[in-house]
Design a protein around this ligand. Structure first.
Ligand code: SF4
Length: 261
């Protein structure tokens, strides 16, 4: 197998999970990249935020790690997540080039925040990356611009434009959304989210995830204030009800019948 390419590109890697089962189809080799410009209040990986941290690792080295257990990934593949993987396009292009030589399924789990269509050089690289990407898992944190800013510290306009870009490129997309009690569970907004994603022709799946508090300990360890201190975890029955609002938005968009909740 081709695992070595003479290049100096190295990714800043936070960690690797050898047997991921929630980051794309099948059992996956999951690479967590270091660095994220967002500050989602519910983020359970605040240790991935710092952009200049992480361990430098070459794409060839990552492929060697993949190779060790490759029989496990026959129905899965490689997922890059983070942190924010799209901050490291050169690394991703080289990693996915090696992966595609071996016919490995490739997936990017992203918030879409780095999408910068006005930057031609960046967009050219993104276009190249998309030619070797089989699936994008796009996390839409909140459909409302102001609420999104409050929740993540960043606007959502480029994230939504990124969704349309993927649609135009016909890249299969899974949309992910975390439902947080009193923060992202307003059914009017969830319906609007559904209305937005119902317009995407490349939508393959919708993951509606419950907020949990398992990341809290990391904040204490890092000395970062936890903004959702008083927010309880999302329970499953409520989550299923909330998901219905999104599904109704998708259905109405596809039938072009704006509904009301
Ligand atoms: S985009 Fe992901 S890694 Fe970045 S702050 Fe939000 S949840 Fe955390």
């Amino acid at each position: 197998m081709q695992t070595s390419t003479p290049t100096n590109i190295q990714g800043r890697i936070h960690s690797i999970e050898s047997f991921g089962t929630v980051d794309g189809p099948g059992v996956r080799f999951v690479v967590f990249l270091q660095g994220c410009p967002m500050r989602c209040a519910y983020c359970h990986n605040p240790d991935t935020w710092e952009i200049n941290a992480g361990t430098p690792v070459s794409p060839a080295r990552i492929m060697e790690r993949y190779e060790r257990n490759k029989s496990f990934y026959k129905d899965g593949g490689i997922t890059v997540t983070g942190g924010e993987p799209l901050l490291q396009l050169d690394f991703l292009i080289e990693l996915f080039t090696l992966a595609k030589k071996e016919n490995i399924h490739t997936c990017i789990d992203t918030s879409g925040i780095p999408f910068t269509p006005s930057n031609k050089e960046w967009t050219d690289k993104l276009n190249t990356l998309m030619t070797m990407t089989d699936l994008v898992m796009l996390d839409i944190k909140h459909i409302d611009p102001k609420c999104h800013k409050d929740l993540t510290g960043c606007p959502n306009d480029n994230i939504l434009r990124f969704a349309w870009y993927l649609d135009k490129k016909k890249i299969p997309v899974w949309i992910r959304h975390v439902v947080v009690p009193s923060i992202t569970d307003d059914e009017t907004y969830l319906y609007r989210l559904g209305w937005f994603i119902g317009g995407l022709s490349n939508l393959k799946a919708l993951d509606v995830l419950p907020y949990h508090t398992m990341g809290k300990a990391k904040y204490e360890k890092l000395g970062i204030p936890y903004r959702l201190e008083d927010i309880p975890p999302m329970d499953r029955p409520t989550l299923l009800l909330k998901k219905q609002a999104i599904l109704k938005g998708i259905k109405d968009r596809r039938n072009q019948q704006p509904g009301s909740l």
